[in-house]
Design a binder for this molecule. Structure first.
Ligand SMILES: NC(=O)c1ccc[n+]([C@@H]2O[C@H](COP(=O)([O-])OP(=O)(O)OC[C@H]3O[C@@H](n4cnc5c(N)ncnc54)[C@H](OP(=O)(O)O)[C@@H]3O)[C@@H](O)[C@H]2O)c1
Length: 306
């Protein structure tokens, strides 16, 4: 089978699409024929060893995590209702390949009405957005959200979950993302490349910040007292949060198939639309990773595998 692998951590030149053996199935796991796999920032962070989690720390390493595909084999003796031929989505290390092994407990059924490309674009960004906007920030019609990076994977889902709960949503993005943000009903769009958001925004309840650094620094002042900034990258400046009289939350996504099923149901009903900007064949994995790393994806990039 084909697999996008690295034999040393580093830049995209380290990635090679190689022919290797199909992975062996383990207990309580399924072998999946990958049909599509989405690119997330974590994929080039793992490749560069900026992020080195268990499961993606040993070489040679097949890249990729989010996927949608078809079960080709279920480990014998597993207690599951999943069967060969079922269409599923989820996360597993090594999804940039023709086949991957995933724990059965981590799989969610893909509705037939959702294509594989759209389904693959969901798990990581949508779960992250759901747990921030619904569980942590408790979006409601009384709340105003400022969502940075709203054209990106996480930001686009965050904006839509907040709108779905009736919140007022202000979004920052650059020009290529505007059409999508208008379509999903964001209330105010600010071009972060041309405008200073802190000059236009004040008194928000929640800031969703997948950018950090200077964006975090400039965000404290737009929050009302008692508000909340949820940070996805780097660290919270605790002293700045205290000075502003707000809560700073350092957020980490927890993989949860119940949450993923709820999200898939919303997408199936057309209430939320994944923002797939580009689709590349697996052979163009380097280009796909580079585009995301260089801030040129303006939405999700998905690899079509089969
Ligand atoms: N902690 C966790 O559990 C967790 C989970 C998921 C993701 N993350 C992290 O969250 C970050 C975002 O992930 P993602 O999947 O959404 O990435 P993404 O799809 O690459 O999106 C990033 C977005 O950031 C926007 N952007 C860049 N600079 C900006 C600025 N100065 N102001 C406002 N927007 C700006 C870009 O907007 P334009 O395209 O419009 O220019 C782009 O759409 C990554 O660093 C990722 O590693 C963390």
């Amino acid at each position: 089978m084909r697999a996008a692998r690295i034999h040393a951590f580093g830049g995209s030149e380290k990635v090679k699409v190689e022919t290797i053996a199909v992975p062996r199935i383990k207990k309580n796991a399924a072998l999946i024929r990958i049909r599509a796999a989405a690119v997330n920032p974590v994929d080039w962070m793992v490749r560069e060893r900026i992020y080195n989690p268990r499961g993606a720390d040993k070489l040679p390493l097949t890249l990729g995590q989010d996927f949608a595909g078809v079960i080709v084999q279920v480990a014998s003796g597993s207690a599951t209702s999943l069967r060969k031929g079922d269409e599923v989505l989820g996360e597993t290390w090594g999804s940039f390949a023709d086949f991957a092994v995933a724990p059965l407990k981590d799989l969610v059924r893909k509705p037939r009405s959702l294509g594989f490309v759209v389904a693959a674009s969901i798990p990581m960004p949508a779960l992250t957005a759901w747990q921030m906007v619904i569980d942590t920030a408790k979006a409601s019609p009384q709340k105003t959200f400022l969502i940075h990076g709203a054209s990106g994977g996480v930001g686009s889902f965050a904006a839509q979950f907040a709108k779905w709960k009736g919140a007022h949503v202000i979004a920052t993005a650059s020009r290529p993302g505007f059409r999508h943000l208008e379509r999903i009903g964001v209330d105010v769009i600010i071009d972060y490349k041309k405008e200073r958001f802190e000059k236009k925004v004040t008194g928000v309840d929640v800031v969703i910040d997948p950018i950090g650094g200077d964006t975090q620094k400039r965000s404290w002042g737009v929050l009302k007292k008692g508000g909340m900034l949820i940070n996805l990258i780097g660290e919270i400046d605790r002293a700045a949060a205290a000075r502003a009289g707000v809560r700073g939350v350092e957020f980490g996504m927890r993989y949860d198939t119940d949450d993923l099923r709820r999200i898939v149901a919303l997408i199936e009903r057309g209430l939320v639309r994944p923002h797939v900007a580009r689709v590349f064949p697996l052979g163009q994995v380097r280009r796909a990773l580079d585009m995301n790393e260089n801030g040129r994806s303006h939405g999700k990039i998905v690899l079509r595998v089969a």
